[in-house]
Design a protein. Structure first.
Length: 243
């Protein structure tokens, strides 16, 4: 598969992921939305279904949508998609496409809720549409939470012995949903560096009234912890004899 095709596939899939994922948070959080106050179950199911759509959209490239998955497969020596070996150029293409797609999806979400962002609301709620944040700010423990959540996700992908698309989009979506419901409470479960970084960049750039800070002091946690969790999963899963 040409790198240009990989780039387009992952870009479209990750854009769909963040458009729909950020959109479900916007529906819950922003004033006058018909989904206002939908709650955590709405958000976790919405993000899970956003993964379902995104993996289908990026089926040709393996539907990674997540640098932690891409790097985990590469560290484990797995093909990134059928016939796509984990070369440096391929990995860089995946990561660039995922970050670009995540940013564009967040911008599209802002366009959908443009008038709602104009309404008065806590700055934290407006930021929460785009980026994750801790319920209790303890950076070390926040890192642990994101690390374990991503370890579960990438470990599960590697245990399967296949790419996410071959497992089936619904299977991946189910795993992401249960991670959100069970492990996502402390940090909002980024478990994906570009899912947080791309929309956080959009929040910083877009002209959103009353948006407040983009909380860059916390931003390193949802970037580094998922990468570390994915890498450790890639190094440990192959040590299990049955896998």
């Amino acid at each position: 598969m040409p790198l240009s095709s990989i780039f387009l596939s992952e870009l479209v899939g990750t854009a769909a992921l963040t458009l729909l994922g950020c959109g479900v948070v916007a529906s819950h959080a922003l004033p006058h939305s018909k989904g206002n106050g939908g709650g955590w179950v709405l958000i976790t199911f919405g993000w899970g279904l956003a993964v379902f759509v995104g993996v289908y959209a990026a089926f040709a490239s393996g539907g990674h949508l997540n640098p932690a998955v891409t790097l985990g497969l590469a560290i484990a020596g797995r093909d990134l998609a059928p016939g796509v070996p984990p070369t440096a150029a391929a990995v860089a293409t995946y990561l660039a496409a995922q970050l670009t797609g995540a940013f564009l999806g967040a911008v599209a979400c802002w366009l959908v809720y443009h008038e709602h962002f104009k309404e008065e609301a806590p700055a934290a709620d407006k930021l929460g549409v785009f980026a994750t944040g801790p319920a209790i700010r303890r950076y070390g423990w926040n890192f642990v939470s994101e690390f374990i959540g991503t370890f579960v996700l990438v470990g599960w992908v590697l245990v399967s012995g296949k790419t996410p698309a071959e497992l089936g989009p619904l299977a991946v979506a189910s795993v992401v949903t249960v991670i959100g419901m069970s492990l996502g409470g402390p940090t909002g479960y980024a478990i994906n560096p570009v899912r947080d970084l791309g929309p956080r960049l959009a929040h910083a750039i877009l002209p959103i009234p009353g948006k407040g800070s983009s909380d860059w002091a916390y931003a390193w946690v949802p970037i580094l912890a998922p990468l570390a969790g994915g890498a450790v999963a890639a190094l440990t899963m192959p040590l299990i004899p049955s896998l």
